[in-house]
Design a protein around this ligand. Structure first.
Ligand code: PMP
Length: 327
């Protein structure tokens, strides 16, 4: 019978996103490429999944009580998902965001009534008000506060292990050789990677990182080195974090801001897929490794969010030129 798609709650609409074959941008690649479109979640990103899971797990074991404040640091998408969960379940959300977070995300969070704390990203990582240090401090200072800590709480990976991973496996009918996704907190690649490897240890897990992040140097040499600034939202970090599970990753591909942004623009114009810069990074990385893969490889990739969050940045020629991203 046709799935009538009638739900009890908007939270039940999270997940079960479509897997779609790319038709045009993959010209020249010998194998079909299937992409999981996470922007079709209710709040427009893969992070809806973890927001719901983190809140429900905390409710279950008594870390979160009616009327509490949820406090989280987020590149914007987790905050959107948490805002939905908070509104539906009666909590208030305070979100710590980087000052480079796009205006569209900030406007949407404001529309949802989220209390925003903007962090100056020029502060050194060891400064008490830096992005990674300010939130645990605010969490300690705020009464009746739950800090999901998506960067270090492995329930983030678990949400993808239980949801995204099985969905990809089933949608590919268990016939998958390579999975490619970005690595920000590491939840997606860690959770999906672990699930797919448990089903078939031969599945190759490829993580996509941004130039400037410490993840790739750490993966390759064991030394994270020193981070350098970058513009791409959602991927990489200046620190190693608890959810970054390198044990399931076979290969890391590092992409520059410019490569990611130009690829996102190309996805819009060639596929009609309005997706964000981290999706651009993923397709760019896939094109880079495609010649190294068998010509009959069965490949799934994941696009985390929508272009609607970056219209004033990646999709704005003036901004792109100002940042040196357009020739
Ligand atoms: N892309 C975007 C736009 C994101 O917001 C995130 C989450 N930080 C990611 C990719 C990476 O996903 P994950 O945190 O699961 O590694």
């Amino acid at each position: 019978m046709r799935d009538k798609r009638v739900y009890d709650s908007i939270l039940d609409v999270i997940g079960n996103t479509p897997l779609v074959r790319l038709r045009r941008i993959t010209a020249g690649i010998p194998f079909p490429v299937w992409v999981k479109l996470e922007y079709l979640n209710p709040m427009g990103s893969s992070k809806d999944r973890i927001a719901k899971y983190l809140v429900e797990q905390a409710e279950k074991d008594g870390r979160l009580h009616p009327g509490d404040v949820i406090l989280e640091n987020s590149s914007g998408n987790t905050a959107m998902g948490l805002a939905l969960a908070a509104i539906q379940k009666g909590y208030t959300l305070k979100a710590v965001v980087r000052d480079r977070t796009s205006k569209e995300k900030l406007d949407q969070l404001t529309a949802l009534g989220v209390d925003l704390v903007k962090v100056d990203t020029s502060l050194p990582p060891d400064h008490p008000d830096s992005y990674n240090l300010i939130t645990p401090r605010l969490a300690r200072e705020t009464p009746d506060c739950y800090f999901p800590d998506q960067h270090n709480n492995r329930e983030n990976n678990e949400a993808h292990y239980r949801g995204t991973g099985p969905e990809v496996w089933e949608q590919m009918d268990g016939k998958i050789d390579v999975f490619v996704a970005g690595m920000g907190t590491g939840g997606t690649i860690g959770g999906v990677g672990r699930y797919l490897k448990e089903r078939n240890p031969a599945v190759k897990i490829v993580a996509v990182d941004v130039v400037g992040s410490v993840f790739t140097p750490y993966f390759r040499t064991g030394d994270p080195g020193k981070a350098a600034p970058y513009l791409l939202e959602g991927l990489g970090d200046e620190f190693l974090i608890g959810c970054a599970d390198f044990s399931v990753i076979d290969e890391m591909v590092q992409v520059t801001d410019k490569e990611a942004f130009l690829a996102a623009r190309e996805l819009a114009r060639t596929e009609g897929l309005l997706v964000g810069g981290s999706s651009g990074a993923v397709i760019h990385a896939l094109k880079k490794i495609a010649p190294t893969l068998p010509p009959d490889a069965r490949v799934a990739i994941l696009f985390p969010d929508s272009a609607s969050r970056y219209l004033s940045t990646i999709f704005n020629d003036d901004w792109m030129r100002e940042k040196g991203m357009l020739d």
